[in-house]
Design a protein. Structure first.
Length: 480
């Protein structure tokens, strides 16, 4: 079967399905922003709206066929977890470029956006952790109007970057960028934190200093990078903080670009910084305002300066010039930016005009990309492709609206995960988020941890969200 045919406030009950057997503003380059200021331990009061328990899912076991090689007992598991009660733009699923799940040793960290239907109410981004096969445990809550980013460092400290609106009712996209640090997260404490404002609210009469569509990652040296675009002068910004820095450094990746470039994926390499972002201009189609995604832009900074290029530009396509539907205003999709263990940069894009997926690869200092077309029979069913590395080999995590598969780095072999059997129903609205090195997850982990968040507006208020854990050994034995 093709891939295209086949994914709140307390975790009171979790359902674990183990698969046994074989199956399934500041405008100055280099600006320093002041040191962090510790504050007393605090946990904002969670929203009072009760979240119904998820419906239990029956345990499933798949039996190997006689021709399959012997595998370790654990292959992959699926666990239903709560999500936001409302689909609204601050729902947990939103923000495809964000870092939402990370592993440190035997502990997995994520968060849930607790929201309601009142536009005047601030949402709360609440941390959760899971130790081994134990239950999910709730931690601190942080005010927000959109989902944020979480990162884990090499010492087990958890970092949260959160956009906090000044006046949610007036404009939930105007506010400040807040940074929370949980130094004892690896010891089980996700309630005690220090807090600082990286970028404050600039006031009603001034252009904003930060955009709510923030992307972030953490380097192997524990340096944190975050990026966002600003509409006021169509610019792209990167902030970074080395592990020993007291403040944040500001770099401008580009100004007067002529387009808004949002939903960035930022990375630090051994030689500089890179950002992948998508054009996100407001346009009108048949009298209605929509967002145009026709350009995938790549920004790179070496030790001297920034440069940028368009990896894919469909602005002259017939769909872009004369769109008849809102969907034709979106001809390009950015799906992942990945730094492998050798220091090579990988980008996955979708050209929705040509109906093809592309994998771009190069070393930081190279001027040209090696481009692979992932043009196979299942291409039309796939909405997202993420990258993961296992023992120095790359693999693709594929997700359609309802299914998940894993494909080898040569795009020749693929295994589809039988999640429908495990869930007891068809999944829907899948937005996949993978724990990878850019979230701080170490290569030594035995598992690939994935959030399957529900982006289907029709599924709320009871949309099903899942935590998927896949054994790396299972992937190796199936696809090597």
């Amino acid at each position: 079967m093709m891939l295209s045919n086949v994914i709140p406030a307390l975790f009171l009950t979790t359902v674990l399905i183990l698969l046994v057997g074989c199956g399934g503003t500041p405008a100055y380059d280099g600006q320093i922003i002041g040191p962090s200021v510790p504050v007393p331990t605090a946990t904002p009061t969670p929203v009072s709206t009760a979240t119904p328990e998820p419906t239990p899912i029956a345990t499933a076991t798949q039996v190997p066929t006689s021709t399959e090689p012997a595998l370790r007992s654990f292959t992959y598991s699926l666990e239903r977890i709560p999500g936001s009660l409302n689909h609204s733009p601050d729902g947990t699923w939103w923000g495809h470029n964000q870092s939402k799940i990370a592993r440190y040793g035997g502990t997995v960290f994520t968060y849930v956006i607790h929201n309601d239907n009142d536009p005047a109410t601030e949402s709360l981004m609440t941390l959760y952790k899971k130790v081994g096969e134990g239950p999910w445990e709730q931690g601190a809550s942080m005010p927000c109007s959109r989902p944020g980013n979480i990162l884990i460092d090499s010492k087990g400290g958890l970092h949260a970057l959160v956009f906090d609106p000044k006046d949610n009712l007036e404009n939930d996209s105007r506010g400040s960028l807040e940074y929370y640090y949980f130094p004892e997260a690896s010891e089980g404490d996700i309630r005690s934190f220090t807090h600082e404002t990286i970028l404050p609210w600039t006031g009603r009469s001034q252009p904003p200093s930060v955009n709510m569509r923030i992307g972030a990652s953490i380097g192997r040296d524990d340096s944190i990078v975050l990026a966002f675009g600003l509409h006021s002068n169509t610019s792209e910004h990167l902030y970074y903080k080395e592990a020993t820095d007291l403040g944040w450094n500001h770099l401008i990746a580009g100004e007067n670009l002529g387009h808004d470039f949002y939903y960035p994926y930022p990375l630090k390499t051994n030689f500089g910084y890179v950002i992948l972002a998508i054009q996100d201009d407001n346009v009108k189609v048949n009298g209605h305002t929509h967002n145009a995604y026709h350009i995938a832009a790549y920004f790179q900074r070496d030790e001297y300066s920034w440069s940028h290029e368009y990896l894919l530009d469909n602005t002259l396509s017939s769909q872009a010039l004369t769109p008849s539907t809102p969907s034709e205003s979106r001809t390009v999709k950015i799906s992942d930016l990945y730094l492998d263990t050798d220091g090579d940069i990988h980008i996955v894009l979708q050209d929705r005009v040509a109906e093809k997926w592309f994998h771009y690869r190069k070393a930081f200092g190279d001027s040209d990309w090696t481009i692979t077309t992932l043009d196979t029979a299942w291409k039309k069913g796939v909405n997202w492709i993420r990258l993961i590395e296992i023992k120095d080999s790359l693999y693709y995590i594929l997700a359609s609206w309802r299914e998940v598969a894993v494909m080898d780095g040569n795009a020749k072999s693929m295994i589809k995960l039988d999640l429908e059997s495990l869930a007891g129903k068809s999944l829907e609205g899948i937005y996949p988020y993978v724990a990878s090195p850019k979230t701080g997850t170490g290569a030594a982990s035995e598992f690939v941890d994935i959030l399957l968040l529900n982006g289907s507006s029709n599924a709320y208020p009871s949309g099903s969200n899942y935590y998927l854990k896949i054994s790396k050994d299972y992937i190796l034995q199936k696809l090597q």
